[in-house]
Design a protein around this ligand. Sequence first.
Ligand SMILES: NC(=O)c1ccc[n+]([C@@H]2O[C@H](COP(=O)([O-])OP(=O)(O)OC[C@H]3O[C@@H](n4cnc5c(N)ncnc54)[C@H](O)[C@@H]3O)[C@@H](O)[C@H]2O)c1
Length: 388
Amino acid sequence: MADRVLRLGVIGLSRAFDLTRPTLMADPRVQVTAAADPRAEARAAFSSEFGAPAFAEAGELLEQADVEVVYIATPHATHTELTLAAARAGKHVLVDKPMALRLADCRAMTEAAHEAGVRLLVGPSHGFDPPVVSAAALIASGELGRPRMVTAINFTDFLYRPRRPEELDTSQGGGVVFSQAAHQVDVVRRLVGARVATVRAATGAWDHGRPTEGAYQAFLTFEGGASAALTYSGYGRYDTDALMGWVGETGGPKDPEAYGDARRRLLGASEAELKAARAYGAPREPSPSPIGHEHFGFVLVACERGDLRLTATGVDVYGPDARRTLDTPVQAATRHGVVDELWAAVVEGRPSIHDGAWGCENLAVCLAILRSAAEGREVAISEIEDSP
Ligand SMILES: NC(=O)c1ccc[n+]([C@@H]2O[C@H](COP(=O)([O-])OP(=O)(O)OC[C@H]3O[C@@H](n4cnc5c(N)ncnc54)[C@H](O)[C@@H]3O)[C@@H](O)[C@H]2O)c1
C-alpha cells in the first residue's frame, strides 16, 4: 500500500458500487474502509470481501474517522440528503450521477461542500471514459480546429433491466433522461468544452407497462456555435454495441445472440427478485475481464479540420491529410479516471472537471430535455437555471 491513500467509505452497495468496485479494489491509491447499506446481504458480502465494517445507517459511517471520502451510490432521490450530511461531517464526496433531481438541490450540495471545505465530485459517468478524455484533449489542443458538430447515439436495453417502481416514474427521477442523458450530456460537454445554450428535444414513453421516458432525441446548441445531436433508446431492440465491436457499455464482451433477453427475463418474474439478483451481495458468476473501455455508444465529433470517432479501444482521427488511431490502453480498473480526478482534488488540491457546478449543468440540460419535450419548443438553459 502506498504512503498516502484515499480512505473511502461507500454508501449504497448495489449495482453502481458493483460496477465501480473492481477499480476501487485494483487502484493502489484507494483503500475502502467502510460501507453503509440497509441490506444485510450486501453488508455481509462487503465485510467479507473488504475486511471492513458495514453499517445499516449512513450516519454511522459518517462518524468513522477512518473515512475521508464517501462514494454515494444510492438512488437519485437520496443524493442530496446524503451529500449534505457527508459534507457536514467533513467528508469529501463522490456522488453518482445524476447529482440530484432539482437544481436547487445541486446548488445546496455545492454550497455545503464549499462551506465545509471539502471537495464534491459527480461520477462515475461516461465523461471519464479514456477515449472521451483523449478526444477532449486532442480537441482542446486545437489541432483539428474548433469542434462544431457532435453526433451521439446509444441504443440499449436500459428500460427492461430490473427496476424499482421509482425508476419507472419520472416524477421520482425515473426514466432514461435522468439516468442516461446524464451520461450522454456529460460526454458531449466534455468534448465540446463550452456551456450548453439551448435544447430542443422530444421524448418517447412507448411502453404503458413501464410508463416513463424510454427514449429521447435532443438537439443542443453551445455557446460559441457548436451543436450536438443526441439520440437514446432503452427499448432493447437495436443495440449500438454492434457499432462498438460488440464491446458492452462496461467494457466487457457483448453477446450479439442475446437479442431480447432483457425483456424476456421480466416475463412472469418478480422484478424485485430479479433486481436483488443483480445487486452486490447476491451470488453471481464473476464478470468477464474488460476487452475494451467503458463507452456510451456511437460518438462522432466533426471539427473544423477533422473528425473524431470514439471507439471501444481509443479514438479514430480523420485529420486533414491522413487518418490515424489514438489507442488508449485498456485497464482492468476501467474507472481509473474517476480515481485520477478524486486524487487530484483531494490530495493535490487541484480543480476538478466533474465538480458540483458541472453536475448542476448536466442536470440543467436533462431538465431542459424534459421541458422542451413537454412544451414542444426550444428551451434556453438560462430558463431552467432561473426557475425556482
Ligand atoms: N455510474 C454508473 O455506471 C452507474 C450505474 C448504475 C447506477 N448508477 C447510479 O448509482 C445510483 C444507485 O443506482 P443502483 O442501480 O445501484 O441502485 P439500486 O436501487 O440497485 O441500489 C441502491 C442501493 O442503495 C441502498 N440504499 C438506499 N438508500 C440508502 C441509504 N439512505 N443509505 C445507504 N444505502 C442506501 C439500497 O439498499 C441499495 O443497496 C443511482 O443514482 C444511479 O443513477 C450509476
